[in-house]
Structure formats: C-alpha cells, structure tokens
Design a protein around this ligand. Sequence first.
Ligand SMILES: [Mg+2]
Length: 102
Amino acid sequence: MPEQHLNVRVKEVRDLVDAKGFSSTPDRFWEMAALIHTEVCEATDAYKKGEPAERVGEELIDAVIRIFHLLSALGLDADDLFEKKMAKNWNRPYRYNTVRGG
Ligand SMILES: [Mg+2]
C-alpha cells in the first residue's frame, strides 16, 4: 500500500473548508468543477501578465486545493487513484502517440 501523502493533504483541505463553513456535498460537483477551472484561468492570466512564477504557482495551488476538496466531497482515495493513474500513464507509448501538443 502506498504512503498516504495525498490523502493527508485532502484531509487538511477538508478540515479547512469545514471550519470555514463551506459545504462538501457531492451534489456540488458542477460548481466545484467550475471553481477548479477558475483557478486554472487565474494562473493562466497571471502568467499572461508576466507575474512572478510564485504568483502563478499560488493560483495552481488554489486549483489543487479545490481538486482535493472535490475528491473529498466524492469520498475518493487520492493516493490510490494517483498510483493507479501513474502506472497507467507509464505504460503508455512515447508522447502517448499524440501528434500535436501534449
Ligand atoms: Mg485563486
């Protein structure tokens, strides 16, 4: 069994949002998914404006925090999902057989 690094952070986020009065019911999926997008957009905007990398990173961490919140709301095991998905990705071909981007 892998160490539970991500799940520790997911619980940290859940403790914070609970303490701050935010709800974490799975029916908020659409709203929470949209809010993840807003943080990625904020990171994109900060990068576009030439803000320091740390400022861009702060927005990316906001996205991670919101992703952890959503994982918690859905009752998912982040470490297990991460391990399985990374194993799947390692088994994919070079550049995942894409032609453009990636
Ligand atoms: Mg933000």
